[in-house]
Design a protein around this ligand. Structure first.
Ligand SMILES: Cc1cc2nc3c(=O)[nH]c(=O)nc-3n(C[C@H](O)[C@H](O)[C@H](O)COP(=O)(O)OP(=O)(O)OC[C@H]3O[C@@H](n4cnc5c(N)ncnc54)[C@H](O)[C@@H]3O)c2cc1C
Length: 445
């Protein structure tokens, strides 16, 4: 009997939101897919963890009402109604003092800045998006732009530590377009969302949709080598198995893909010189709330972390048995001394630092019930001037290898939303490319 030849699958490297979205879209288009994820869990940076017996995300995550790609996907998955929207507030911890930072009145009372600087900060912040319109912000250093509109004092005292937390000393060099875009996503948006059932509910729904659509998901298996082969590629797994792929979509950071690629693919890969910021982030389970602000930057307070996210101000405390969930974080390179330190040592120190930041709240040692540290080496590529011109294309040369990575998100902020938007675009190219290859075969026949 004649057995039909299985069409070669599209192999997707990485089961974070980019890989899951690509796999979901391709299976919906009846294209065979193998999704390979090296970790035991799907979800990538949005992956779950556990603290004190409660399920959490390892890194704080929320949904924004402006998430134009993610929200329609959640709607398709039947999950849009499970997002719990909540008005949130912001605080500011400066010089060991804590301030609310949500209204004009809060700004007027914000003593770390002199009165005239408070007025300037407020006025310029209102106008900032308008001031940036029509300017070549891709080729303007953030420091130059912000100094010119806010003045040197506000830059040095507030903006550099406030927005610079993510990129450290490199922040001043980052194109001003990044901040401009970020303000577009986040400015004046106090409403944030969080999925009932945690982010795992989204990941689980996607996994089920992919598998019932005929896609294969391999977890706990890493891709070790990708070699170009004819019009496709051979993908070797950690198990020793090899998949003959029609196309490959890589969602892993480009420096990692370089290590997996054979010589021919490596020479076709984009030659972007891109540094990545990693993160060290601690999660605390407290028996009481802090100030109730979702987000509070920490400036000049003798802490190693630069911000506090009081997650339970968004999620409520019921899921934590009435306790509060708090994250603190420091973005840094994966080669930094902090990143190399054992998690338990960081946890010990940061617990003491959190207590000294909130001495009136965390009055007794038992208030901090649990603390856990999680690290990620590749969180955010650090864009440099003119990066817009150098953003890697979706397709690698004329190969059938495609990229859906955080290095292509600029000028948008890396988020689940922007990854979904990018994965949608990549899948459209994969399908177009496949269709035109088919048309060529038919024309030849
Ligand atoms: C502290 C922090 C806070 C954040 N806050 C938010 C937020 O509030 N809202 C928001 O929307 N986003 C937020 N983000 C950003 C968001 O998590 C990322 O932008 C998004 O998850 C990127 O998804 P990805 O699939 O592109 O990459 P990743 O999530 O990094 O997925 C890549 C996957 O590839 C796998 N992999 C690597 N190498 C291999 C290999 N050789 N073989 C197989 N698999 C491999 C990895 O294990 C990983 O699962 C935050 C991130 C961090 C770190």
């Amino acid at each position: 009997m004649h057995t039909p030849i299985e069409p070669r699958p599209v192999v997707i490297i990485g089961g974070g939101i980019s890989g899951l979205t690509a796999a979901y879209r391709l299976t919906r288009a009846s294209i065979p897919v193998h999704l390979v994820e090296s970790s035991d869990q799907l979800g990538g940076l949005g992956m779950g963890g556990e603290i004190g017996g409660v399920e959490i995300e390892r890194f704080y995550h929320c949904v924004m009402p402006t998430d134009e790609h993610l929200l329609p996907l959640l709607n398709e998955l039947g999950l849009a109604d499970t997002i719990r929207w909540q008005q949130t507030t912001m605080g500011m911890n400066v010089d060991g003092r804590r301030f609310p930072f949500n209204s004009a009145m809060d700004l007027l009372r914000f003593t770390p800045l002199r009165f005239a600087h408070r007025i300037r900060f407020g006025a310029v912040s209102l106008l900032l998006r308008r001031l940036g319109r029509g300017q070549d912000l891709d080729n303007t250093r953030t420091e130059d732009w912000l100094r010119s509109v806010y003045g040197p004092t506000v830059w040095q005292r507030m903006l550099k530590p406030l927005f610079g937390a993510k990129f450290g000393d490199a922040f001043g060099e980052v194109p001003a377009r990044y901040l401009y875009q970020r303000l577009g996503r986040e400015s004046n948006v106090a409403i944030r969302g969080y999925p009932e059932g945690t982010y795992r509910a989204i990941v689980d729904r996607m996994r089920t949709a992919i598998e019932t659509g005929g896609g294969r998901i391999l977890r706990g298996v890493s891709v070790q080598h990708v070699a170009l082969d004819g019009d496709g590629a051979r993908v070797r797994l950690g198990t020793g198995a090899e998949i003959a792929a029609q196309s490959v979509i890589s969602t892993v950071p480009i420096p990692l893909l370089h290590k997996l690629a054979d010589e021919r693919l490596r020479s076709a890969l984009p030659r972007v010189q891109l540094d990545y910021q990693g993160v060290v982030n601690a999660v605390f389970l407290l028996d009481r709330p802090l100030d109730g602000h979702y987000w509070a930057p920490v400036i000049n307070c003798d802490t190693e972390f630069d911000g506090v996210v009081e997650m339970s101000a968004l999620t409520g405390t019921e899921r934590f048995g009435g306790r509060s969930l708090v994250y603190v974080m420091h973005y840094c390179g994966r080669d930094s001394a902090l990143f190399a330190e054992p998690e338990a040592d960081i946890a010990h120190r940061w617990k003491a630092q959190l207590r000294s930041l909130y001495p009136d709240r965390l009055t007794d040692a038992g208030a901090v019930e649990y603390v856990k540290v999680f690290k990620a080496p590749f969180v955010e590529p650090i864009p440099t001037l003119g990066y817009h011109e150098r953003i890697p294309a979706v397709r690698v040369g004329d190969t059938n290898v495609f990229l859906a990575t955080t290095a292509q998100i600029y000028p948008d902020v890396t988020s689940w939303n922007s990854s979904v938007g990018l994965a949608d675009r990549v899948v459209r190219e994969v399908i177009d490319n496949r269709d035109s290859a088919r048309r060529r075969v038919v024309a030849h026949a």
